[in-house]
Design a protein around this ligand. Sequence first.
Ligand code: BGC
Length: 803
Amino acid sequence: MHDDHDLVKLVGKLDLRAKVRLLSGGSVWRTAAEPSIGLRALTFSDGPAGVRGPGWDERRTSLALPSPTALGATWDEDLVRRLGALLADESRRKGVDVLLAPVLNLHRTPYGGRHFECFAEDPLLTARLGVAYVSGVQSGGVAAAPKHFVANETETDRLTHDVQVDDRTLRELYLAPFEAVVEAGAWAVMSAYNGVNGHPMSENPLLTDVLKDEWGFDGLVVSDWGAVRTTVASAASGQDLSMPGPWGPWGDLLVAAVEAGEVAESAIDDKVFRLLRLAARVGALEGQGDIEGGSAPEDVAGGEEFAPAEGLLPEAASGLALLREAVSASTVLLRNNGILPLHPGRTIALIGAGAATPRVQGGGSSGLYPAAENSLLDALRTRAEVVHAPGVRIDDQPTPVRAPVQVRVLGANDEELFREHRLTGRILETEEVPGAEVLEISTTLHVTETGPWRLAVAGYGRLTLDVDGTRVLDEVQPVDTDDPAVKHLRPPHHAVEVQLTEGTAELVARRELGEDSGMASLLAADPPRPDAEQEFGAAVEAASRSDVAIVVVSTTDAIEGEGRDRSTLALPGEQDALVTAVCLANPNAIVVVNSGGPVLLPWREDTAAVLLTWFPGQEGGNGLADVLFGTGEPGGRLPTTWPARETDVPVANFLPEDQKLGYGEGLDIGYRAWAAHDVEPAYWFGHGLGYTTWDYLDAKAERGVVRVRLRNTGRRRGREVVQVYLSREESAVRRPLRWLGGFARVEAEPGETVETTVEISAQATRHWAGEWVTESGGFTVHIGPDAGTTRIRLAARHVLRPR
Ligand code: BGC
């Protein structure tokens, strides 16, 4: 292992040009290698809900974890740490050195498009789970890169908007989780696209003043993809690495800026030093002998030649068991009239398109390709007599063809430059070939049904579609965004309805590639739609004929996703009407909500039970079936408050105006804001029932801890998350009405009394007044099962200062 002294010597061996070359990516997912000092390229991959690996290719599969909101709902640091270690295994399998995760931004409002990628609305819960995640990943020798530093809570104009936030709010809410992971030893941090108080985060003084100087962060600051847009301002800031590359505003321009004295060479040296330190930590820096002038070992010559281990090892089978455990640990039981867990032997009407084709992941840059995923329909069929009826269709995106497709890259005069077979009509990356002018996707479509099929193509540039040799679509889609999540992942589509006859049809889609026209191309086909009224009626009919009706309701990719925020919290399509009709048809109606973040549940009081399954990852079906039949406990507790009505949402200003977004609500977000506005949400932060009941017996506060005794008063073993909120009625500063001070999980047998010790985090008793201050005197302690319910209240005088 290299010490700092060795690293300084290595930096000293490189001339300015060689050093600057290392500070922009070598490609989209890798840094540049420098064999002369034994440095191989570092490989990055997106998380946070799995490790896609470098590049987008459906043939390279990954384990799909539950979405971070689901991990937030576990309130379980041990589980999250184990999942982090699993991610490290996955990273190594795929040759990944740095996992771009976890996301530590907060659920400032339920409208945030990437809400599903963040843990919670509370900074303490986010910090504790973030630390667990980072330590799990790094325990496997893989760097975590917590992101997006900082205040990246809105997706609208995400590349350019500037967040206006006061110091105290920034410190106590948005910086707090980052401070915790830095203290826990994160090896990298990703700076955000947005600005804070007038400076884009890729050149913001917070990188140096707070992150590096004050907190002593000794790792690497990697930019968000394409976030570095200046030469001097960003290079003179604490931004260390500009990704991707080798293009971008550093390179030659930065060499010139250093030569002109606009950026100090010492700043460049520090960035390279940090890059080498990261490389040493993940094992990408070899050849100690080089310092004395030896040559780099062959296997670290690196660059694009570096061969990842991917493909050699299959996904770990033990990983699937852990993913299944995580599903029940994160499933939140919002209400239950006693119908759950289900008794065996009852007939089930399983309703909703999402019961057969669930949304197991949120997508955007976190998207990956699971080798297999199970639906609730698959999982229930093995346990009960099930009838499935979709009821309503909500898919708002065309379905990529799933038959094998042929992809060809064509040059001038349609000369074939490259050809390969792929498994889907959604092609995000293929071979980069010089002289490429057209990307062609073709397939033989199995026309299962005669009727009007909806065929679609997507991508930037000129798009054509031929069916059996006849042109049916010819459109030009101009590039209308810089956002990589749109340009490279989800470009606009053009659709056409074509009458097809049962049998086969030859489809050929072509996209003319222009400069800067993005990576993504799509060929999609959807069969004729059944009559909507008939489908709806059939589902309600099925519900009325079964003992139990389970309705799965979902959001769609258009509603929750990267690069855009939500315009409504209502479920799309006719799903609310479907649930209402099913509840009328069958009193035993259970609703399963398959969404990454809050949606409105206007019918909730009419149901027998409501469960939230989030985006549950590839083991979603099995994990949810465990919960429904009681082999698993619904262990989840809400990591964010769920509103009853949109008009009640206390923090709803999520849209920048003139590129400015004011966080004027200050410290009052989430449950703190609901309490301040004195509005009752549908379900408070922390809420979740489990399958047993608890009596909170008594509690005492001591130095730094609160001890709580509680008894399992139900009939089965269960798990409770004991939550301690603090308040302070007399204070030199304005404070939220209450805020989370600590939490602990307890498990107990029926009738058993247990004592749990809730540590009160130092983070919870201090406030920012230009420096951290902990007021002397007491806090009031509110102990309960959620942010809106106090079971025991204590006046804790002088007792909560950390030990
Ligand atoms: C996202 C990041 C992601 C990066 C690389 C960006 O658009 O904001 O979270 O890590 O792309 O995919």
